[in-house]
Design a protein around this ligand. Structure first.
Ligand code: 8YV
Length: 307
């Protein structure tokens, strides 16, 4: 019996889970050769455009290896009745950990210190400027979803005061609510951006928010590049309006603009928030579970519910 055909725009990791995919399915990599496929595997970053969907007339399921669906044309998927699945929860700790790491790296000048040694500056008896205590500052979470809440748990566990903003106040949570990003930025020092990407949140962190954050402020973005206005952020870093930034996501990945490459105290990471063996294994397993369920006619384990 021939294996069911799927189109995969992404490679699953680690290898043993990737092998499970290729032994269970006939994996097509070229969209032009996939006009008959009912299932596409993609990533949060790659998504699937309406144009790509148009090339796939038999498409029934878009299985995203990630949680971001901003790159999937959801209205088109809904119009055609195509289901979308994601990999919620299993990557939250990894992304939260990355956010914490970026905050510590920026606040304690860890990446700068590494460059300082390698360039010979330390051996030449130079001094690195003082850093800031990260854990003694107030944290603000912009985007209080699964990842934002996991991060809040970590930060609170380390003794930090945590504030958050969301569309409405969440009953029974231990963190303090602020009704909008501006009041959050005014009242915190570390602004963690964990909000969803997409048109709704484009430019949510702009010049006004960065000014409100102030000269002790650090912005950490593990969400999507466009949620923070790049030009405003680069300007705020260059002019000392804020103290630093830690960025895992960018507008046009993998290209990072010179304005950020040259900005002082800006720690950069190549979109590796979920890139741990543990998280990627669990994500890949969930992708497989969703695809298996589709072909078996069972309910999808983690459908993305379109609001
Ligand atoms: C990865 C992500 O980019 O979950 C997301 O939305 O951005 C990341 O986990 C990717 O989707 C992993 O394949």
């Amino acid at each position: 019996m021939s294996l069911p055909r799927i189109l995969s725009l992404a490679k699953l990791e680690p290898q043993d889970v990737a092998d499970r995919l290729t032994t269970t399915y006939q994996v097509i990599r070229d969209i032009a050769a996939a006009t008959d496929v009912e299932v596409v595997l993609t990533t949060g970053g790659l998504g699937l455009s309406a144009k790509q969907m148009a090339a796939l007339p038999a498409l029934r399921l878009i299985a995203v290896n990630g949680v971001g669906v901003d790159a999937v044309d959801l209205p088109e998927a809904r119009r055609r009745g195509i289901a979308v699945t994601t990999t919620p929860d299993v990557l939250s700790l990894a992304v939260a950990e990355m956010a914490l790491g970026l905050a510590l790296a920026a606040g304690r000048r860890i990446a700068e210190g590494d460059r300082f040694i390698r360039s010979g500056a330390w051996a030449d008896k130079n001094k690195l400027p003082l850093g800031m205590s990260v854990l003694e500052r107030r944290a603000g979470i912009l985007g209080y979803g699964r990842i934002g809440r996991k991060l809040a748990d970590l930060l609170r566990g380390m003794g930090m005061e945590v504030l958050y903003t969301a569309r409405s106040e969440k009953p029974g949570v231990p963190d303090s609510y602020r009704p909008d990003p501006l009041s959050l930025a005014r009242d915190c020092d570390l602004l963690f951006v964990t909000a969803a990407g997409g048109a709704e949140n484009r430019g949510l962190v702009d010049a006004e928010i960065l000014t409100a954050l102030g000269p002790r402020g650090v912005v950490v973005n593990v969400a999507r590049g466009p949620v923070v206005e790049t030009a405003a952020l680069a300007h705020a870093l260059q002019s000392g309006q804020i103290a630093g930034a830690g960025l895992d996501v960018f507008d046009d990945e993998p290209n990072v603009p010179p304005s950020l490459l040259e900005a002082p105290n800006c720690v950069l990471a190549p979109h590796i928030g979920s890139a741990t063996t543990e998280a990627r294994r669990a994500m890949a397993q969930l992708v497989l579970d969703n695809i298996d369920a589709y072909f078996a006619g069972r309910p999808l384990p983690t459908p993305y519910e379109q609001g």
